[in-house]
Design a protein around this ligand. Sequence first.
Ligand code: 13P
Length: 249
Amino acid sequence: MARRKLVVGNWKMHGLGSDFVQVEEIESAAAGHPQVDVGLCVPSTLIERASRAVPGLPIGAQDVHPADKGAHTGCLSTAMLADAGASMVIVGHSERREAQHETDEEVRAKAEAALGAGLLTIVCVGESLDVREAGDAVPTVEGQLDASIPRDADATRLAVAYEPIWAIGTGRIPTVEDIGQMHSALRQRLCVAYGDSGEAIRILYGGSVKGSNAAEIFAVEDVDGALVGGASLKAADFIPIIEAAALKA
Ligand code: 13P
């Protein structure tokens, strides 16, 4: 099935108002490649400013609380993100699973809240190096996916990001065979969970994606785009990844 490529930048805890020139350059590059969906998940402090400054570029958040409102100091609800101008959100990033001890159940609750609010929702999964070296990567990540994805999905608004933890920020990536094996396993799990609409859900690869390796990653079956950390901070690094996706669109 033909799925539109989706390339999303995750700025993590990077970015100040002074970085807006990057956001603007990314927006104009994205506009030049309308066959690719491009988005930028910026720190919460920048969501409103970014969505006003670049209305043509979907802006997202990097986390959300599952509750509508309440006594949750420091947290933001789906309605708050949407109110600030966000149209997408990442949930279950491994940095939050590790540092904030987020469980699959919490990630699923966040994903259900975000999808319910109409946000494009990117659910992250991925194995540690120990798990990969033990040969358990596929069953481990399948289990994570099964437990983290929403019970009912709107396939047009749900995406999954496979991000091996050992590939994040390290410059190391799995072989294209390993990426293909994982993405095809995840596709099968999505079809078990949602039937035919599992075919429409985009599965992104994340972990040390750069302009130099994007084309070979996008050529892998069932790779429908990328979730990009470090190389999304500068337009000059991010734009070649958008261009590589456009060539495969
Ligand atoms: P890097 O692209 O910096 O490896 O980060 C990947 C990531 O964690 C995106 O969410």
